[in-house]
Each structure stands twice: as structure tokens, then as C-alpha cells.
Design a binder for this molecule. Structure first.
Ligand SMILES: C[S@@+](CC[C@H](N)C(=O)[O-])C[C@H]1O[C@@H](n2cnc3c(N)ncnc32)[C@H](O)[C@@H]1O
Length: 205
């Protein structure tokens, strides 16, 4: 069983609200702060939003409540069912991997949001993810990353029960730049063991 699927089954069974379990509300507060910061910067008030790794739906629902047309892609079927339960069908939640080559074929989006999914991906999967982002992003669209990062090259840390891909901010920006995804704005939440990177990127064709 996919490790995320196992976690979502346990979270739901225990009566939690979504990813983060006991810290779910703390997560929602942090999402709210950072997504408001994103929209204050972008100054967009409508359009199509895609969340990569939509989990139990909280980020996608946040955008939907503000009038955006939202699609969420998530690998755990329990999480997808859970996110559908939280809405009235106005968000399109799809069970698939963000690395699928034919993901959402022929669709494009004004804003693609990494729902803390990129730090779950390793090696070739990260490049498949970036290729999908480029294919699915409108020419004038924005890509937003929310990702745990290492404070120094080679450092690792443990967050929760799953392995995370820890790279530094510099490494991450270079990796994206090699896919012509250029950082136009970023901010950090610095922690002792690892930090959290938030960044807005544009695709320069
Ligand atoms: C840290 S959780 C965050 C969930 C949600 N975006 C949120 O902020 O509440 C990362 C999510 O990415 C999903 N994920 C990991 N690998 C994936 C993949 N290859 N395709 C789609 N979703 C994936 C996990 O199942 C998990 O729901």
C-alpha cells in the first residue's frame, strides 16, 4: 500500500480533520497566512487553479471558497474520497499521480500550487513533476511551491512518518531553473532542523 494511503486511513479513522492530524488546525492557520501572502503578491482574483498533491482537500477548498475554479490531484484514494466529502462537488478532485505523463491532458491553469507534494518526490519523479507543471501552466501562469528544505547542503531531517527529499533553497532554485522555471518571489520559515520554502515561479519558454 502507498505510504500516504496508509496515513490517510489512520487519520480518518482517528477522527482528525486532514493532513497534520492533531496539528491540523495549526496547518490550516499556516496555509491561510501563506496563501494570503501569495495572492497579495500575485493580485489575481479569479482563474483556474491546480493543486498537485491535494491530500484531504484543504488548499483546494481554500481557493474554491475564494471563487477560483479548482482541480486537485492526489495519489491516495482515501484522501480523494475525504476531500470530496468536504465539498459540494464544486472542486474537481482526481485520483492520480502528479508524475503521470498524460495527467489532465489538454488542460491549462493560471496558477499551479505545489500542495507540499514536491518534497515527497525523489530523483526522476521530480523531473516528471516539473515537466507536467510546464505543460499544464498557461503561458502567463504562475507556479507556487511550498516545500520543506534543508538548511545546509547534505542535511536531512525527519518530519513525521515519511521520507522527505531535502535540498537547500539554492539547490531547489537551480533544479527549477534547469526546467526554465524562474523564481520571481520567495520567502522562508526558518526552523532549527529544517526550513520551509515558499516560492513563486514563471516558466520562461
Ligand atoms: C504533505 S501532504 C499535503 C496535503 C495537502 N496538500 C495539504 O496541504 O493539506 C502531501 C500530499 O502529496 C501527496 N502525494 C505524494 N506523492 C504524490 C504523487 N506522486 N501524486 C499525487 N499526490 C502525491 C500525498 O499523498 C499527500 O496527500
Amino acid at each position: 500500500m502507498n505510504p500516504h494511503e496508509k496515513i490517510y486511513r489512520e487519520l480518518k479513522e482517528a477522527g482528525h480533520g486532514g493532513w497534520g492530524g492533531k496539528k491540523h488546525q495549526e496547518r490550516l492557520d499556516s496555509l491561510d497566512r501563506n496563501l494570503n501572502r501569495l495572492l497579495d503578491y500575485l493580485q489575481i482574483t479569479s482563474g483556474k487553479v491546480l493543486e498537485m498533491g491535494s491530500g484531504a482537500g484543504d488548499v483546494s477548498i481554500w481557493f474554491n471558497k475564494r471563487g477560483y475554479q479548482v482541480t486537485g490531484v492526489e495519489i491516495s484514494e482515501t484522501a480523494v474520497a475525504w476531500s470530496r466529502e468536504k465539498t459540494d462537488g464544486s472542486v474537481d478532485f482526481i485520483c492520480s499521480s502528479v508524475t503521470e505523463e498524460d495527467l489532465l491532458m489538454n488542460q491549462t491553469f493560471d496558477l499551479i500550487v505545489d500542495g507540499n507534494c514536491l518534497h515527497c518526490l525523489f530523483d526522476e519523479d521530480r523531473h516528471k513533476f516539473y515537466s507536467n507543471v510546464k505543460r499544464l501552466l498557461k503561458a502567463d501562469g504562475y507556479f507556487y511551491i511550498s516545500s520543506a528544505i534543508a538548511n545546509n547542503e547534505g542535511e536531512t531531517a525527519v518530519i513525521g512518518p515519511l521520507d522527505r527529499c531535502f535540498v537547500t533553497e539554492d539547490h531547489l532554485k537551480k533544479e527549477l531553473s534547469s526546467h526554465s522555471l524562474i523564481c520571481i518571489k520567495s520567502w522562508l520559515n526558518v526552523h532549527e532542523k529544517y526550513s520551509h520554502f515558499y516560492g513563486v515561479f514563471k516558466h520562461k519558454a
